[in-house]
Design a protein around this ligand. Sequence first.
Ligand SMILES: O=C[C@H](O)[C@H](O)COP(=O)(O)O
Ligand SMILES: C=C(OP(=O)(O)O)C(=O)O
Ligand SMILES: [Mn+2]
Length: 448
Amino acid sequence: MTGVPFEASGLDSYRALEAKQQPTWLDAGAVDAAVAELAAQPPLVFAGEADQLRERLAAAARGEAFLLQGGDCAETFAAATADKIRDRVKTVLQMAVVLTYGASMPVIKVGRMAGQFAKPRSSNTETRDDVTLPAYRGDLVNGYDFTPESRAADPSRMVRAYHVSASTLNLIRAFTQGGFADLRQVHAWNQGFVSNPANQRYEALAAEIDRALRFMEACGVESSALTQTEFYVSHEALLLDYERPLVRIDSRTGEPYGTSGHLLWIGERTRDLDGAHVEFLSKLRNPIAVKLGPTATVDDALRLIDRLDPDREPGRLTFITRMGAGRIRDALPPLLAGVRDAGALPLWVTDPMHGNGITSSTGYKTRRFDDVMDELRGFFEAHREVGTFPGGIHVELTGDDVTECLGGSENIDEAALATRYESLCDPRLNHMQSLELAFQVAEELKRS
Ligand SMILES: O=C[C@H](O)[C@H](O)COP(=O)(O)O
Ligand SMILES: C=C(OP(=O)(O)O)C(=O)O
Ligand SMILES: [Mn+2]
């Protein structure tokens, strides 16, 4: 894979367009240096892997597989430790087992990992008491500490993010291909998590899987599908000064790929048809996703399809809807029907998190687990109503026992939020809430 000289290809056409949600860098020379350094690095992911994911997503769009995409709202450099990465991977593997076994369907595992470092914000600034500073835009851009030095956008963070992504991805590859993801480990994945109803339900399912595996072993069945698993990485391709220098030309086909992650998505705030993000990502061969909020129209969706998937290539385009529990049953069916009637077959995924944000009386950004589950049910209902396939879920989660979302069977209440609130941006489902959600999705999938 080779790099692409700047302005030597159509890849830089986005520069003429408005790019929303970009930081104000103060030192242009430092940006140039970081960009040059990124351009000289090896790719984080390979074109063939992105192609393989595109094929898997095409199967999901046809109703033959299901996408499970999850991870932090905002990864941080400090939390890129072996234990935390392992626990997030374990949680995703456990959810995938629940879904695969419950719904008898292949599950495509995609982390919001190894690159989810840039955040779009509602406001450019944050005010505490009488001090106003730039908002935290993710570790890719600035620091969370509330000081002028930390909040200043620092281009060298882009290089650090690349290296943290590389080590995260390295560990993910080792975990998922080096024996850790062996299905005979289904029980071991649950160890270390406190005993609770979701974990007990999982244990019962793991015992059934164990029996089935012993039966297969006794029959002489051997397959690497039981001992290794595909695990892809994704993030919001928000910061264009980071994404552009990581584009490489695939030596097999001569086509450009974003090599910062397998699946790249465009957020709700940057999906303007005439904006820089749609233009830039339209040039890449990776599978692309776009978030669609409650105001998205059929026309918006069709024009995004024309821009990002003009050849209507299965698996190329995923729509991640994030309508809010109160809106999804009204807002989603017309979108599904309009797109289907136009002959397009994107993969439809639900993000039941971002339309359900609230602030607790104690000042925490949070979400009610019941609202998340309600949007999830609304997603399946909408697809049943229209006759389209509910192809996946996109969730903010962690393997840690944090207290960031309200409710769940542990019944986290407002007072409990303070116990262990660690997210620097949006609240994540903890390990148990993630498993509970997976069991619910498996039930819905069985019905669908
Ligand atoms: O993750 C999504 C957005 O970055 C986040 O919801 C924006 O949060 P804000 O409204 O606090 O800026
Ligand atoms: C910013 C995010 O979502 P959205 O673009 O849907 O608001 C996110 O996924 O963290
Ligand atoms: Mn978020």
